[in-house]
Design a protein around this ligand. Structure first.
Ligand code: HPA
Ligand code: ZN
Length: 299
């Protein structure tokens, strides 16, 4: 295999437990940062990221976890990794948004043998003016490869349209979390209102034949994260996950972890489970990697 691609990976949900324990002494990091199998929903899953946010408030911590993520990618066979984070969540101790991004960039740059890219996240629950500031930062910097919308899908994406229009005007590509907790309408909104070229998860698109046609026609990449999708009950089980059906139907299916720590996974673990559940072999994994290679944002 020529190497794996990870397009959907959150920095705050992918901090090594040993590093969290170091940065948060006295905290039971496994209990606080790894979502239990019965977590049951996206809004139940997201609070397990909070303990990492509490400690990722200094340049040293941010640089360290970015470097360790790149090292973990390399160990997991990843040759191209795109990490996403919301810099506005790392300013509690006084860091500027740019200083947060500088620290993450420096951490990634310290590791050789894996190409990396940065995506900035706007958040559904934040005021659209914050999203606009994040988009303006993303287009101004030359080390940001794309813009994302994350957070609780019970909230609409449309209020954040101005931020995404700014990205489009600057030629910055966009991905949007949709079709994980919410249904096909959230994916239509991501495509038609926010101009997404990739969809974070998107697994609930299977509910609409018209949407599947659109995703196929425009070669929109689906950033599926099978283990995370089972944890948040976007699907009831891995066997019920549409990843195999979507790949066979000719959609641009990709596989990522979402959160290596919160979802307790790796690409090695994801592909092992896909082999076991769907009988995937080298051919299926190669097609997934080709799909991802065709959908990268980072230059
Ligand atoms: N969806 C939305 N926001 C997130 C997720 C997710 O799966 N993981 C981390 N932040
Ligand atoms: Zn995600």
């Amino acid at each position: 295999m020529s190497g794996r691609y990870e397009l959907h990976c959150h920095l705050d949900g992918s901090v090594r437990l040993s590093t969290l324990a170091d940065l948060a002494p006295g905290v039971d990091v496994r209990a606080r940062a790894v979502a239990p199998p019965d977590v049951g929903s996206l809004h139940g899953f997201l609070p397990f990221i909070d303990v990492a946010l509490d400690v990722l408030q200094t340049p040293e911590a941010l640089e360290r976890v970015a470097r360790e993520l790149a090292e973990d990618w390399r160990a997991d066979g990843v040759v191209h990794g795109e990490v996403r984070f919301a810099p506005q969540l790392h300013t509690r101790a006084g860091l500027s948004v740019d200083a947060v991004i500088d620290a993450v960039s420096a951490g990634l740059a310290a590791v050789t043998g894996v190409r990396t890219g940065l995506l900035l996240c706007c958040l559904r629950h934040q005021d659209p003016s914050v999203s606009l500031e994040i988009a303006a930062t993303a287009v101004r910097r030359d080390d940001v490869a794309g813009l994302d919308l994350a957070g609780d899908e019970r909230r609409p994406g449309a209020p954040h349209r101005e931020a995404f229009d700014l990205a489009h005007a600057a030629g910055l590509p966009v991905t949007v979390h949709a079709g994980e907790a919410a249904g096909p309408d959230s994916v239509w909104e991501a495509l038609d209102v926010l101009g997404a070229r990739r969809i974070g998860h998107g697994v609930r698109s299977v509910g609409s034949a018209a949407l599947l046609s659109r995703l196929r026609r425009d070669a929109i990449a689906l950033e599926t994260c099978p283990r995370c999708n089972v944890l948040t009950r976007a699907v009831p089980s891995l066997a019920a996950h549409p990843v195999d059906q979507l790949l066979r139907a000719g959609l641009r299916v990709t596989v990522s972890t979402d959160t290596r720590t919160t979802a307790d996974t790796s690409l090695d673990a994801e592909f092992a489970a896909l082999r076991e559940t769907f009988g995937w072999g080298p051919d299926e994994e190669r097609r997934v990697q080709e799909n991802a290679a065709a959908a990268v944002f980072a230059p």
